[in-house]
Structure formats: structure tokens, C-alpha cells
Design a protein around this ligand. Sequence first.
Ligand code: HEC
Ligand code: HEC
Ligand code: HEC
Ligand code: HEC
Ligand code: HEC
Length: 380
Amino acid sequence: MKLFLLFILFIIGTNLYAEQILQNTTCKRCHPKIFNEYQNSMHHKASIYKDPIHKAIWDRHPDKKKDNYKCAKCHTPADKALINKQIKLTPNKTQLNEPISCQTCHQIKSIEKHAKANINIYTTKKKTFFSKDLKRKGEKLIFHDKTSFFGLFHTTVGSPYHNIDYSNENFYNANVCLGCHDHKQNEKGFVVCDIQIKQNDTKQNCISCHMPKIKGSFVNQHDTKKHAYHGSNIVTASPAMLEKYIKISLQKDQNKFSLILENKANHTLFPHPLRLAVLKVSIQRNRKITPLKEHKFVRIIGTDGKPTPPWLATTILKDTTLKAYEKREITYNTKLEKKDQLIVKFGYHIVNPKIAKKLNIKDTHYTKFITFKKKVFTIK
Ligand code: HEC
Ligand code: HEC
Ligand code: HEC
Ligand code: HEC
Ligand code: HEC
């Protein structure tokens, strides 16, 4: 009888775990650093309830009237009930706290390529997470004890909560990011966004640049010294982490000068139709600062020669975005003099102020100019 009761308790216990597994707070117990970083990431804020920009576009989208939130497959894939059409879009806990959850990424088994948009294929194995570790590549790690030195020392290997599968190539070549981040077409078959990756550098990929290893253990049970940064968010992660991938250099001539802007990322910079990147240059001479003409990098989409919202667009009206590995030379017909300070700022507006006006977005966080890289040249 006792044994039977224990058995029942065990069953209830494992079921409770099965319920909990849907929540990032479970991971927090053992992976608190990563959990805290994630809270600041755009993956944590990808739903209409946490991202006012996503909401502003959704509110105007024709699918809203049909209550057909197709954005879910990339913006809120953890809301399985919504994806399976069992519920309508509501501000439930998943939408608010983990629209793209820890498990969303760690259970992506493979990516299916499609013209419209790629699709993530998730593993159906419960409590099995994919991860990357070059020393364990190919292994499948099940929790076990390890004794060494004739049984004197005991350690545990693996996680008491889940299995780990280190054999998924997509975690090594970073294809795991491309189910959502590669490209997207609208109903008219027009490509609204495309990050246009050029893979000619195998040492650098989405993970090495956007999730670099930084100080702090990835788990409470061992001190691993480092963990992969999980706070993906262009505003809070840069410039400290990413500015080194943009190079700015100066070429001086008799009566003019050029700035050379080099994009070392393997993708187009700021391809999203809402963004506006700007190069701001000014000359400081005898304490007086004179701004020069701004240079803009945009991708404007529309139809019949006029800009439109993404769902109506059929052509690219203008595209001056910096492509992968591109070096762009921008010439200024201004003479530089000895002792001049040339102040160069490269940055972006999250929402192009012209579009923000149309969308009635007033929060300056989204409309202001954010400096991503600053460089000062002193003329000799
Ligand atoms: C009871 C503690 C515990 C919980 C809860 C837990 N983990 Fe872990 N996890 C561990 C331990 C311990 C390791 C390290 C295993 C090793 O390397 O020996 C680990 C390792 C991992 C790894 C692989 C790390 C590597 O080596 O690359 C991933 C990914 C991971 N956990 C994800 C998760 C996610 C996602 C959740 C929540 C759904 C979670 N964990 C919940 C204890 C836990
Ligand atoms: C194929 C995956 C995918 C689908 C489907 C998708 N998105 Fe996105 N969306 C993304 C990704 C990835 C980003 C981040 C891109 C970036 O920052 O450059 C993004 C970013 C955005 C942004 C910018 C958010 C910000 O904070 O600046 C808006 C707005 C947006 N999406 C609206 C929508 C709407 C509305 C839908 C549904 C009608 C939708 N998206 C469907 C992948 C998708
Ligand atoms: C956007 C996808 C994505 C999300 C969301 C995500 N991870 Fe990860 N995670 C990864 C990738 C990719 C790696 C491999 C990084 C590497 O080793 O270079 C990783 C690595 C890890 C590792 C182990 C390796 C290390 O060095 O840190 C742990 C543990 C982990 N994640 C836990 C979590 C937890 C807990 C959450 C939720 C709070 C989470 N992840 C959310 C993609 C993701
Ligand atoms: C399940 C879909 C999905 C996966 C997988 C995914 N992302 Fe994202 N990611 C998004 C969406 C959607 C957004 C934009 C959310 C928003 O702005 O509302 C985003 C935002 C970002 C941002 C921040 C952009 C900004 O505007 O601040 C970065 C950086 C990023 N992702 C990198 C990655 C990397 C690197 C990986 C792979 C390890 C990855 N993502 C995997 C869907 C995904
Ligand atoms: C060599 C480094 C490097 C690599 C590799 C790289 N990125 Fe980036 N990424 C950058 C830099 C630099 C920026 C600009 C960052 C900023 O403004 O904060 C950026 C910006 C982004 C943004 C934000 C764009 C926006 O307008 O919101 C997303 C999303 C992103 N990268 C996703 C990816 C994905 C997915 C991959 C893999 C295909 C990838 N990155 C590979 C360096 C890199």
C-alpha cells in the first residue's frame, strides 16, 4: 500500500513538472543569469502586449479584422494553444512573459525553407533541449553520477531536470535563428524583409555576434565561468557588444573628404522597413560646431511609386541599406583644416520619424536618434 501511494505521488509529481515545463520560471531556478538577461530581450517582448511597435502595425493589419494573428509563428510561438487555434489572441501569461520562450529555441530541431517564410520544426521529445558545446558535439547527455579516483569523488553530469542533445548542427551554424529571421513575403508574394545573409565567414555567425560568451556561470550547479548572452535587443546590447563590427575611416583630399563605412556583419544592416539609419557628421573648428548634410540608409517599400504599409507593397522604391560586408564611400565637398575635429556618428531610429507620425507613435524611445558608433578624427 505504501509503495502504491508513493507511486501515485510520483505520477502526480511528474505531471506537475510536465505542466511547469511550459514556463521559463522553471529554468530560472537553475539558470538565473540567463533568465534575467532574457527578461530584457526582444524575444521576451515580442507580443503586441509588450511591444507597442508590433501592436501599432498589427492594429492596422487587414488580418486583425478576421482575428487571424498569423504573426504568432514568429512573434509568440510559445502560445501553443493560439498556434493550434484552440484560443483567440488574449493577454495570457505566455503572451506577457515568454512569447518566444527558452524552450521555443532550445526545441527547434530543424528549419524548413520556404519562399513565403521559413518554418521551425520542433522536437516532440519532452524535456530534451538542444544546445551547443564543441567539446561534447554529437553527444546526448542524460543525467548521471560520475565517480573518479577509485570512487572517492562524486560529481553529477547533465541536468537533473532535462536531457541535453548536442548533436543538432543548427545550433553550431546558427541556422536555428533563420526560421524566424531570414525573410518574409506578404500576400502579394513581395519580400517585405530580407536580412540577405552572406555566409562567407564560417567563424562568425548569428550566435557568435549576438550571443557572445560573457562572464557568469550558465547554471547554479557548476561554475562554468561564462555563459552565452541571452539579451538580444539592439538598443540594450549595443554599442558595447556590436559596434566593433562597423568600421569608419577617413580619406582626406584637397577640397573634400570621404568617410568609408564598412559593415562587417554577414547581413544587411537594418533591413526592417520601419528602421532609419543615419550618418551624422559635424566639424568642430575653434569651438564652433557645424553640422554637415545627413546621410540616410533606408529601404522604402510601396506600390505605384508611393510608400505603403508592408501588406500592400509590391516593389522596392528605394534601397540604400548597407549590405553584408559592404564598404560605402560617402563624399563631402567640404575642406578640412588643420586642428579640425571631425565628429562622426552612425546610428538609427527604431521607427523612421516620418512613419512614426503616420502611426501616431509618440514615445521618443522609438523615434529618437540612437547613436550606435561614434568616432572623432583630429585633422593633422
Ligand atoms: C534542476 C535544475 C535545472 C532546471 C530546472 C533546468 N536546468 Fe538546464 N541545466 C541544468 C544543469 C545542471 C545543466 C548542466 C549540465 C552539464 O553540463 O553537466 C543544464 C544545462 C542546460 C543546457 C545545456 C548547456 C550546455 O552545456 O550547452 C540547456 C540548453 C539548458 N540547460 C536549458 C534549460 C531550459 C530551457 C530549462 C527550462 C525549461 C532548464 N534548462 C531547466 C539544470 C537545470
Ligand atoms: C517569419 C517570421 C515573422 C512573421 C510571420 C512576422 N514577423 Fe514581425 N518580425 C520578425 C522578426 C525576426 C523581427 C525582428 C526583425 C529586426 O529587428 O530586424 C520582426 C519585427 C517586427 C516589427 C518591428 C518591431 C520593433 O520593435 O521594432 C514589427 C512592427 C513586426 N515585426 C510586425 C509584424 C506583424 C504585424 C506580423 C503579422 C502580421 C509579423 N510581424 C509577422 C519575424 C516575423
Ligand atoms: C532566441 C533563441 C534562444 C532563446 C529564447 C533562449 N536560448 Fe538559450 N541558447 C540559445 C543558443 C543558440 C545557445 C547556444 C549558445 C552557444 O553556446 O554559443 C543557447 C545556450 C544556452 C545555454 C548553455 C550555454 C551557455 O554557454 O550559456 C543555456 C543553459 C541556455 N541557453 C538556457 C536558456 C534559458 C534558461 C532560456 C530562457 C530564459 C534560453 N536559453 C532562451 C538560444 C536561445
Ligand atoms: C521563434 C522565432 C525566433 C527565433 C527562433 C529567433 N528570433 Fe530573434 N526575434 C524574433 C522576433 C519576432 C523579434 C522581434 C520582436 C519585436 O521586436 O517585437 C526578434 C528580435 C531579435 C533581435 C533584436 C532586434 C531588435 O530590434 O532589438 C535580435 C538581435 C535577435 N532577435 C537575434 C536572434 C538570434 C541571434 C537568434 C538565434 C539564436 C534568434 N534571434 C532566434 C524571433 C525569433
Ligand atoms: C559579424 C557580426 C554579426 C553577425 C555574424 C550577425 N550580426 Fe546581426 N547585427 C550585427 C550588427 C553590428 C548589428 C547592428 C546592431 C545595432 O545597431 O545594435 C546587427 C543587427 C541585427 C539585428 C537588429 C536589426 C534591427 O534593425 O532591429 C538583428 C535582428 C540581427 N542582427 C540578427 C542577426 C541574425 C539572425 C544573424 C545570423 C544570420 C546575425 N544577426 C548575424 C552584427 C552581426
